[in-house]
Design a protein around this ligand. Structure first.
Ligand code: NAI
Ligand code: A1CAB
Length: 272
């Protein structure tokens, strides 16, 4: 059975994440009445003719009744943008926020106190429909609104739901920011290759291909990451020597924990 057509949406902010999500929704068959609010015209040029673009919230066409309003500006923009959207907060409208840190309660206060809100945290592999999003529904969100949001998030990768909103802060630290840590791995591998005398172009290609290929292998495999690691590690071989450095208690295990703790704390600070 084919899925029903998507209803018109209102997207607030079409930057890196908003644009990646919009691309996924257009593939699902987004109606052209959809409105995108984005002050930077260049950010929406790739979507010209397929959605209606306005530069500010004040220019949203009067009477436009979206089923979902996606909040994809920076968290620091919320105090400007959300009060201007309060007139659209009705029981039949769900707000789907991807802003780091901003809590359902805090956003609801800015939206006039009666908004139905889902707080979600995606990540940038969404641009290839390989994202991972964790979402949490606030008070009053209907089963239909949750199903619509699940469909929207499923269009950009995998979606999971939690009941406890506080879990979104560590989710933001682990999967929201996670791609940055993986890209950093490619950067430092490249630097280490250079330090061993490899030519610059080869060092760059090797680091990129190794991180991308390993990610693809992990994605395609049913084996645990630990088993895939063991598959590379010959007893008394070379990898074992490298892992003995990286897996020292004070090295990657402790550093990753400290990094995730710091990002989780920052997410809580961004609540405002
Ligand atoms: N970049 C990432 O990896 C992730 C970002 N997020 C969240 O997504 C949100 C957006 O992040 P990015 O896309 O990275 O930032 P971005 O800066 O690329 O996009 C934000 C967009 O909002 C626009 N904007 C600013 N004021 C506006 C207003 N009043 N109305 C409408 N649009 C306005 C900006 O012109 C910009 O294009 C943030 O809240 C961030 O926490 C969540 C998960 C991952
Ligand atoms: O760094 C940030 O604040 C956002 C949230 C997760 C990824 N980027």
């Amino acid at each position: 059975m084919s899925e029903p057509a998507l209803p018109p949406l209102l997207l607030i902010g079409c930057g890196k994440m908003g644009g990646a999500m919009l691309a996924g929704w257009l593939e699902l068959g987004l109606p052209p009445e959809t409105v995108v609010v984005e002050p930077n015209a260049a950010a929406v040029s790739a979507f010209a003719g397929r959605v209606r673009h306005v530069a500010s919230i004040a220019e949203i066409p009067a009477g436009f009744a979206p089923a979902a309003i996606i909040l994809a500006t920076k968290p620091q923009e919320a105090p400007n943008a959300l009060p201007a959207l309060a007139h659209l907060a009705k029981p039949e409208v769900v707000f789907l926020s991807i802003m780091a840190g901003r809590t359902i309660g805090g956003m609801n206060a800015m939206l006039g106190g009666k908004a139905r809100i889902i707080r979600a945290m995606p990540n940038t592999p969404a641009a290839l429909r390989l994202g991972f999003t964790v979402a949490c529904a606030g008070p009053g969100v209907s089963a239909e609104q949750r199903a619509l949001s699940d469909r929207l998030l499923g269009a950009i990768g995998e979606a999971a739901w939690v009941e406890e909103e506080g879990l979104i802060d560590p989710v933001t630290a682990v999967s929201g920011g996670g791609p940055a840590y993986v890209f950093l791995l490619a950067e430092v591998m490249e630097q280490a290759a250079l330090a061993q005398g490899l030519p610059a172009d080869l060092a760059r290609r090797m680091a990129r291909a190794t991180v991308a290929g390993s990610g693809a292998l992990l994605g395609a495999s049913t084996e645990d990451a630990a088993q895939l690691r063991r598959n590379v590690t010959s007893p008394k071989g070379t990898t074992e020597r490298a892992l003995a450095v990286l897996m020292r208690e004070e090295a990657w295990p402790a550093l990753m924990q400290e990094a995730i703790e710091a990002a989780t704390a920052r997410s809580r600070e961004l609540a405002g």
